[in-house]
Write a protein that binds this ligand. Sequence first.
Ligand SMILES: Cc1ncc(C[n+]2csc(CCO)c2C)c(N)n1
Length: 224
Amino acid sequence: MKFSQRLHEKLEPIWRANHNHPFVTGMGDGSLDQESFRFYMVQDYLYLIDYAKLFALGAVKADDLETMGKFAALLNSTLNEEMELHRQYAKKFGITKDDLENANPSPITLAYSHYMLHVAQNGTLAELVAALLPCMWSYWEIGKELSEIPGAAEHELYGEWISMYSSDEFGTLAQWCIGLMDELAAGKSESEKSKLEEIFLNTTRYEYMFWDMAYNKQMWPIDA
Ligand SMILES: Cc1ncc(C[n+]2csc(CCO)c2C)c(N)n1
């Protein structure tokens, strides 16, 4: 069995919970409160800044030119294309570039991105990929599921999100990451594989918490 299949089976219950979360189902049927989506957009922008650094660290840790080049291309497209799209999309919700750049991370954003950066800085390339994979994979699965709802991809507010993450281009990227995880896990000992599984499990849990944080617009309990 491929390592990615093992991960998928193990993580199935959390993935189901992600798909059933009211933030996700609300994007699908258009009922999501705009304030929650606004909160999400701002926090996600901060998340992407740190996420891009994982690609930079991936290029540092890779030991063949093809993988280095791929991480370098991902770093470039995240910083210079995807984040621009994010800024354009945010304008629809009345969020300015300054709002995005002066925002403070919520506790969950901080915990999730710092956890990924900790693994990326201190672990092997396989561990780095295990940390970043749930983000790509789960967004692709959610994008595909939501795009099957009639009219969802054309919704004036949330349609763009659904089209972006269900696109073939994004699918190819998610599949590249899944393939890389399988390649890197092949031949590893069982104890190394369980460590990878644990990291994958942790970032999958954080994906759920990120939806929940955005839905509830959750900041620090004491506003000081
Ligand atoms: C909390 C959170 N999790 C996952 C993603 C999805 N995502 C972030 S970067 C990237 C790769 C493309 O550069 C993808 C798919 C997100 N936006 N926010």
